[in-house]
Design a protein around this ligand. Structure first.
Ligand SMILES: *Cc1c(COP(=O)(O)O)cnc(C)c1O
Length: 496
């Protein structure tokens, strides 16, 4: 019967999505399905699978913005169908990007005259910004070496071993050697002395980081500048500096305006910053600013005659969305210096609350600095029984996403946990996190975990004396510890 056939196909516009066959069938994963499915079903199924992603607001691993004002959300949605590259068709959007470039260049103290426009470009993030800055350095250096009749096939960049992975990407994709200054115990950023020592004639730039990804610490850009000025004078080279201010570029101007890290230092030729980190915009926007026109070789700029106008562009891709650029402009005019300063001060204070709470437990060493990006990096004073990865794992149960990772060479024996304090992480959440970390510590104390490993070595240090245990005794201890753990868990879970 025709009628019953229609019904059995359960069109979701008649029956509910959950009454339809679409939630019963498994979805295509590798090959596109032959037939369409109703939009309600597609929405519901995808929405529901996404529920298993973490909650972005509780993702304390990321610097990237997870909250914006509803008014800005509206602007974003209204421009989601605008291709940024159609500059002739969307001249206002292009104008807004240029305004952002100028504002950020002034924020970084670019030496610009009253009516002079800044040199810079909006990118997908700091990674693209760094690729562009790196390419400009490489090309400038090549041109210089060619003119001198010297080999130009072995360019290098000097950085700390704490560089973000995008520098390694740049190095591999664009064939530049990364010369990394190794870290050491208790010192997790690039040592300026060692860095400048490593500079040679093939160094296209020294890359300093304002806000190390690992512990938020600012590298001493001024010291690098001063040492390099001296070295350049002695050698006759003109090795420049790039500052990777992905996370710190929107912190330092507001919290530490006196700190000289930017274009106030003569050798700083370009700076990148992530608009989607403390620039307070959702993922998908970064900026690179050059000191002067001369620092961006003209041959890298493409003049495309596209849809009727000459458009100078310097990006790695062509089409992209406009929303993030519009959102960046919203934040800059909506917040102003006052707003950014208030937000950054709040972040710093909430980082302090968290830090103090962690110190109070007596169980952690704080690896981040008070001066830097508002984050708290910490490691266990004693990780011989339970380590930082276990803390991270157990925190997941409360919904918190706190990453644990090991430091790069030569500090790879250090493991840290890191909490990035973003705008939307309030004091209440900071206090809640501390109390959940305390719970996790108690739970770990009752867990055999690595204790079992220790016990099975047959030597157990108890109150200073060594006690030998038989295999049976060890087994019994483990069983008792696990039973207690499970019983305790049931108790707490009942309460929740
Ligand atoms: C986040 C970060 C990057 C990469 O930035 P994206 O905007 O994510 O591409 C580069 N360097 C540092 C220091 C960072 O913190």
């Amino acid at each position: 019967m025709v009628l019953s056939k229609t019904v059995s196909q359960s069109d979701v516009s008649i029956s509910s999505t959950f009454g339809s066959r679409y939630v019963r069938a498994s979805l295509p994963r590798f090959k596109m399905g032959e037939n369409s499915i109703p939009k309600e079903a597609a929405y519901q199924i995808i929405n529901d699978e996404l529920m298993l992603d973490g909650n972005p607001r509780l993702n304390l691993a990321s610097f990237v913005t997870t909250w914006m004002e509803p008014e800005c959300d509206k602007l974003i949605m209204a421009s989601v169908n605008k291709n940024y590259v159609d500059m002739d068709e969307y001249p206002v959007t292009t104008e807004l990007q240029n305004r952002c470039v100028n504002m950020i260049a002034h924020l970084f103290n670019a030496p610009l005259g009253e009516v002079e426009t800044a040199v810079g470009v909006g990118t997908v993030g700091s990674s693209e910004a760094i690729m562009l800055a790196g390419l400009a350095f490489k090309r400038k250096w090549q041109n210089k070496m060619k003119a001198l009749g010297k080999p130009f096939d072995k360019p290098n960049i000097v950085t700390g071993a704490n560089v973000q992975v995008c520098w390694e990407k740049f190095a591999r994709y664009f064939e530049v050697e990364l010369k990394e200054v190794k870290l050491r115990d208790g010192y997790y950023v690039m040592d300026p002395e060692k860095a400048v020592e490593m500079v040679d004639e093939n160094t296209i730039c020294v890359a300093a980081i304002l806000g190390s990804t690992l512990n938020g610490e600012f590298e001493d850009v001024k010291r690098v500048n001063d040492l390099l000025v001296k070295k350049n004078k002695e050698t006759g080279w003109d090795t420049p500096i790039h500052v990777d201010a992905a996370s710190g570029g929107f912190i330092a101007p507001f919290l530490y305006p006196e700190l000289e890290w930017d274009f106030r230092l003569p050798l700083v030729k370009s700076i990148n910053v992530s608009g989607h980190k403390y620039g307070l915009v959702y993922a998908g926007i970064g900026w690179v600013i050059w000191r002067n026109k001369e620092d961006l070789p003209d041959e890298l700029i493409f003049h495309i005659n596209y849809l009727g106008a000459d458009q100078p562009t310097f990006t790695l891709n062509f089409s992209k969305g406009s929303s993030q650029i519009i959102a960046q402009y919203y934040q800059l005019i909506r917040l102003g210096r006052e707003g950014y300063t208030n937000i950054m001060e709040n972040c710093q204070e909430n980082a302090n609350i968290l830090k103090e709470g962690l110190e109070k437990t007596g169980r952690f060493n704080i690896v981040s600095k008070d001066h830097g990006v508002p984050l708290v990096a910490f490691s266990l004073k004693d990780n011989s029984y339970h380590n930082e990865f276990e803390v991270s794992d157990l925190l997941r149960r409360f919904g918190w996403i706190v990453p644990a990772y090991t430091m790069p060479p030569d500090a790879q024996h250090i493991t840290v946990l890191r909490v990035v304090i973003r705008e939307d992480f309030s004091r209440t959440l900071a206090e809640r996190l501390v109390s959940d970390i305390v719970k996790v510590l108690h739970e770990l104390d009752s867990l055999p975990g690595k204790v079992a490993e220790k016990l099975t070595t047959e030597e157990n240090v108890e109150l200073g004396k060594i006690v030998k245990k038989t295999a049976e005794e060890v087994q019994r201890d483990i069983t008792i510890a696990w039973r207690k753990f499970v019983a305790d868990r049931k108790k707490t879970m009942g309460v929740c």
